[in-house]
Design a protein around this ligand. Structure first.
Ligand SMILES: [Mg+2]
Length: 135
């Protein structure tokens, strides 16, 4: 079943890279929606069915950790699969996220790393020949 994906990052450039990487990944995708902070991300989640969210940590208005807290407290979306895509380097924080069942991809990332994280978290299988193009 193709995934509806939400990409939340305050950088236009980073969102473009993530969306492009997803599109080239061979993953089965339906819609890919974007938001530039946690507040906007929650707004998208309230209006669209999303199967997977890729979430930055450092963002203005509402950061990724605050957004994740809100998601986990909201019954309709509390079990949303989430991958944090961040420059975060605190192993303590990364372990905390993993303990919460949240994926983690370090920026900068390879196309392969992002794809593997999506597969690991969602269990989707590739349905097209994969591109070898990397960033
Ligand atoms: Mg950021």
């Amino acid at each position: 079943m193709p995934l509806n994906v939400l990409v939340v990052d305050d950088s236009n450039v980073m969102r473009s890279i993530i969306v492009r990487t997803l599109r080239l990944s061979g993953l089965p995708l339906e819609e890919v929606l974007e938001a530039e902070n946690g507040r906007e991300g929650l707004d998208v989640l309230s209006k669209h069915w999303i199967d997977l969210a890729l979430v930055d940590i450092n963002m203005p208005v509402m950061n990724g950790l605050e957004m994740i807290d809100k998601v986990r407290q909201t019954s309709e979306i509390s079990d949303l699969p989430i991958i944090v895509v961040s420059t975060e380097s605190s192993t303590t924080r990364i372990e905390m996220l993993k303990d919460m069942g949240i994926g983690f991809v370090h920026k900068p990332f390879s196309a392969e790393t992002l794809r593997e994280a999506v597969i690991e978290l969602t269990g989707v299988t590739l349905n097209e020949p994969t591109s070898n193009e990397s960033l």
